[in-house]
Design a protein. Structure first.
Length: 58
């Protein structure tokens, strides 16, 4: 016979949400850092075509 599951505590729910938000915040921070480094031209680990390279190919 079907038995209802136990209710998840507020503490456990809040803990899961905090973990999810923390990982999202870390990813956003990394993305912002990469964007800033690309704009300043200091990026060494991210390869992307520049306008000069695009003009040379044509």
């Amino acid at each position: 016979m079907a038995v209802p599951k136990k209710k998840t505590s507020k503490q456990k729910r809040d803990q899961r949400r905090a973990t999810w938000k923390r990982t999202a915040a870390l990813q956003a921070k990394k993305a912002m850092s990469l964007g800033k480094s690309v704009l300043t031209g200091r990026s060494t680990s991210f390869v992307y075509p520049t306008d000069d390279e695009a003009d040379d190919e044509e």
